[in-house]
Design a binder for this molecule. Sequence first.
Ligand code: WT7
Length: 662
Amino acid sequence: MSQAITSVLHEDRVFEPSDAFRRRNRTVHCPDMATYRALYRRSMDDPEGFWAEMASHYHWFRQWNKVLEWECPDAQWFVGARTNVAFNCIDRQIVAGLGDQVAIIWEGEPTTTDPDGHEIRRLTYSDLKREVCRFANALKSLGVGRGDVVTLYMGMVPELAIAMLACARIGAAHSVIFGGFAASAIVDRVEDAKSSIIVTCDGAWRRGHVVPLKASVDEACARTTLIRHVVCLKRCDNAIGWTSGRDLWWHEICATQSDDCPCEEMESEDLLFLLYTSGSTGKPKGVRHTTGGYMVFTATTARYTYNLVPGEGQVYFCTADIGWITGHSYVVYGILPNRVPTVMYEGAPNFPQEDRFWEMVERHKITHFYTAPTAIRAFMKWGDEHPKKHDLSSLIVLGTVGEPINPEAWIWYHETIGGSRCPIVDTMWQTETGGHIITPLPGCTPTVPGSCTLPVFGIDAAIVNERGEELPPNQGGLLVIRRPWPGMLRGIHGDRERYLETYWSKVPGMYVAGDGARRDERGYFWIMGRIDDVINVSGHRLGTMEIESALVSHPAVVEAAVVGIPHEIKGTGIAAFVTLAPTHTGATNDAFRRELCDHVTKEIGAIARPDMIRFAGALPKTRSGKIMRRLLRDIAAGKESMQDTTTLEDFSLLAQLRESDE
Ligand code: WT7
């Protein structure tokens, strides 16, 4: 894999937009590079005019007085305007006479209930409106209103999207927590957001097993006094604990509610949601996204990046869990306003077999398929026979997100899934950017495997040094965005300092993404990876410090350092170097390693489980006491370190660390 990653740097195969793609699409929003350049130029020369035009596709209760108010680093978009995101996702379609069209196609993981063996729900815009209104009214009956934060800790069921839209409808913000996180993650997020309502499920189906979500919520509730109510959706019918007065069944509180709930007229800059993401300190940060700008940015990027066109039989499937930003922006908020059905899948890609996604592509005639490189590498490993069993001819556009894609995976995706006819959009973005910032446009941008190509309209992306000077082609530097865009984060919840420090302090006046990158001669961007103590495991962002804190909370561990290692499927795996308390007299064998890994899983969740644990008498530190992470990375990857180690406190440690795995 490290071989594959190096070869990214020498990739020069260019894939021009195919004629097959052009034939399949009656409408191509951006049909050629001349159009792209003209639109991009316009978005730079007249950003306010450009975004006003994009915003005019959607519904506003009141127009803006000013498109942008910018006082670095604080942006306000569509100042003075009022809108409602749920209205634009649902009601606007009903008003246009499209209420009977499918908004969400949901497929459950279990394969036994339906006559054809599948549990499928199709919700039209009218169905969605009814369900959203009922739940919105139920939330109101619990005292939830404008400005409150509702925590959603659920599996991938339609009710998760319904709950998000219900919050948006009544002006409450949601904070979705990925169902794979453990109780302590819930406690941290609930307390930071001061949220008093959690919506959860009795359980979630994952690879044929029930993930006991309600049990984690109960555990979290025992550790915080903030929670007034837990609303529980019955999904798996598993046995659960119940605290009467506090706990309520979703179906019971919705049963008596009206199907009608007016949309709150929200100010453009009212909070839409918080989403917690890892940073370089131990504490996850609550990224704030607001109403008008986020809505316009996600809907516009979705429209161009996937060439979404209503009424042409498109069916869009993004495999991401809604617990991550990809699910927020490109399962729900960016897709519904585009009037193309969005597919939601509940479970694992290899249940009951490794061909589940391909079976779904064939069953639902999916035209747009969006996933992560880590998933693509797993598909490759599972073997070509799985996609080959299915008719994938419905596919028109393929997408990838989360980490740089290695050319081998790109080519496999292009040939084996896309039949060499589907453009691949390698979309680069972040929780903080709200939506795509650098991506090819299908039918327009020539693609090169491994490059996310060119900036999205309105995104003034550049590679600069620490003084903010733009670097010449192929020189690595910091990826920055030099002016505001509608989908940008509006801060970190409750932590102004951290907002300034993380994104705005490294290069004055520019948003620093936290990635190293370069641009080639044709202006294409190549992302080289994070420059902070964040690692990208299977396309999910994890702070090394969070994992270290989890490790040192184990009684036998004194100190821990976590670094990334190349991993065949995950892209980056997790290596932990651990020093043990003298009181630990037990063995340092695999059973003990497993115990530590289980501990991390319990503290954070399975995504943070280390792939490798090494024991050491001490960790290598500089004279000023900083852990030498680069050195540890090299040791973990089995490389002879090229790094200058003259500041190492204790050279003998090196040998010890290398041998500690034997
Ligand atoms: C980080 C953001 C945004 C959805 C998924 C992750 C990396 C994301 C790409 C890509 C290379 C990518 C970056 C970024 N990343 N997409 N197409 N090519 N790297 O969201 O958890 O906020 O992580 O993911 O390092 O900073 P996130």
